[in-house]
Design a protein around this ligand. Structure first.
Ligand SMILES: [Zn+2]
Length: 265
């Protein structure tokens, strides 16, 4: 049930019907090569959640695009919010969701570059007592798992690669521009390979390899495979939602932790 489609009168009832679970599709607006829309993650996060919600009722939060993307600030159209504000805003949004009665909040991460933000955000939940629990699921991992039947080798996968391209082909084919696609731009430039080979990363590592924000080989994309990937991602969210609805342990553990962290032993 999409939050913004409910009437105010119906809202509390809908929260009950969904077991007090609200899912936020986290995405970002960033370049996806020359062939995909900047809102690729937003479309795919929404589509995944819509398919999941059809199988397991959940309050669907509106599209949430203010997440981590400093590495694309050099490309037109990127919306890159300050780091401290990203954390504060997401925390504020979670508190608003809880204030409205959803005490189980699920971050459905649809942007691969969010690892730093979502991992830190999870840990930040442990600083002060709260009457809700934040859960994190990352359905896009399915794309890199090799578990779904797709007509391309896993090595050709990447950002704006065949997986994302196939999934946009099946949800918004009008926004795919394969005539603009430049295959050579999907190859890593390796400009910091000496550091990377030694296990060293820097903030500029992604840019050093992929300044056009494209990796992989999107020419292998296939709309039917995109549909299968979206179904598999939705299934992974459904499994998570069912486990979260059944969960009666995380919240008491959190309460126990907060109480004992007041008097550490
Ligand atoms: Zn993407």
């Amino acid at each position: 049930m999409r939050w913004e489609e409910l009437t105010g009168d119906r809202f509390a009832e809908a929260v009950d019907e969904c077991g007090g679970v609200c899912a936020i599709p986290l995405s970002v607006v960033e370049r996806h090569g020359r062939h995909l829309p900047m809102g690729t993650d937003t479309y795919l996060g929404r589509e995944t959640l819509t398919r999941a919600a059809a199988l397991e009722p959940v309050i669907e939060f509106p599209d949430y695009i203010f997440t981590q993307i400093p590495e694309a600030r050099h490309r037109a159209g990127t919306i890159s919010i300050d780091g401290d504000l990203m954390v504060k805003l997401l925390d504020n949004v979670c508190r608003e969701i809880a204030r409205n009665g959803c005490k189980k909040i699920v971050l459905v991460n649809a942007h691969g570059g969010n690892q730093g933000l979502v991992t830190l955000f999870n840990m930040l939940q442990l600083y002060s007592p709260r009457d809700y629990v934040v859960y994190l699921v990352q359905p896009f991992m399915v794309v890199f798992s090799g578990d779904v039947d797709v007509p391309w080798p896993i090595e050709s996968e990447g950002h704006a690669g065949p997986g994302e391209t196939s999934m946009i082909m099946t949800t918004r084919p009008d926004l795919v521009h394969m005539d603009q696609h430049v295959a050579e731009e999907g190859a890593a430039l390796g400009r910091l390979s000496a550091l990377q080979d030694a296990g060293v990363h820097t903030g500029i590592s992604w840019y050093s390899d992929f300044p056009t924000h494209y990796s992989g080989d999107a020419a292998l994309a296939d709309a039917e495979a995109g549909d299968r990937l979206l179904d598999a991602m939705a299934q992974s969210v459904v499994r998570a939602l069912r486990a979260i609805k059944a969960d009666t342990t995380a919240r008491p553990l959190q309460d126990e932790f907060f109480a004992s962290s007041e008097r550490p032993v």
